[in-house]
Design a protein around this ligand. Structure first.
Ligand SMILES: Cc1cc2nc3c(=O)[nH]c(=O)nc-3n(C[C@H](O)[C@H](O)[C@H](O)COP(=O)(O)O)c2cc1C
Length: 203
């Protein structure tokens, strides 16, 4: 059975490199993965005024998170972090308090940038948020992508090495999803599905 993987792309512009990256990943027909996506630009700005009775588009988004067996973020780098539009989507999924839908989701992250460090800064900020939300984030391999000359006129990846690395990356992610599933299955005491009441455990 293919792993239902909700993929959120943090680039929302028409010619987004990260959208091209995602399309290329879909075209690779990676074994055992079924990618679903959601256009995060359709979400309103998060407000606590709306969280108890959110607009339909938010409920639709939350249903996709609930149904997902895994989550993949593909994010550009904005000012050494990830774009606000992606943070907005993540915030919606984390609320209201005590109903964090990201909790325990096996997750991975990728990103494309025309810059030399290939979204290193974005990914590391994003990891901080994912860890707080108790997502089970793949630690290794990391993959940073300088995509300045990566696509041809048909928006296809030109470098066979990139495709090869992506296949390796998803093989590791698949193994991680299996391991994490086994680890958390029967440990409601350690990994409560509704999240911890008090976090962090300071005293
Ligand atoms: C507000 C803003 C900040 C940016 N900051 C960075 C940055 O810190 N590092 C980087 O490599 N590229 C940076 N860029 C360039 C983006 O990586 C580039 O525009 C990229 O194509 C955006 O992703 P997208 O094409 O998927 O929308 C920035 C672009 C914008 C608009």
């Amino acid at each position: 059975m293919a792993i239902k993987t909700l993929t959120l792309v943090g680039g929302i512009s028409r010619n987004s490199l990260n959208k091209k990256y995602f399309r290329s990943i879909q075209e690779l027909s990676i074994p055992h993965f079924e990618f679903e996506t959601f256009d995060i630009s359709k979400l309103p700005f998060f407000s606590q005024d709306l969280e108890m009775d959110p607009p339909d588009i938010v409920s639709e988004f939350k249903d996709l998170i609930r149904e997902a067996q895994a989550v993949l973020f593909i994010s550009p780098e904005y000012n050494r972090s990830f774009p606000g539009v992606l943070k907005n989507a993540i915030d919606w999924g984390s609320r209201p308090y005590g109903q964090n839908l990201w909790n325990r989701k096996p997750a991975a992250l990728l990103g494309a940038s025309p810059g030399a460090i290939g979204t290193f800064g974005a990914q590391h900020h994003l990891r901080q948020v994912m860890a707080y939300l108790n997502m089970s984030v793949l630690g290794q391999p990391e993959m940073y992508f300088n995509a300045s000359h990566a696509f041809d006129e048909q928006d296809r990846l030109t470098n066979e090495k990139t495709k090869e690395l992506l296949l390796q990356y998803f093989a590791a992610f698949e193994e991680w999803i299996r391991l994490v599933g086994e680890r958390t299955e029967d440990r409601e005491d350690l990994y409560p599905s509704e999240g911890l009441e008090d976090s962090p455990m300071t005293h």
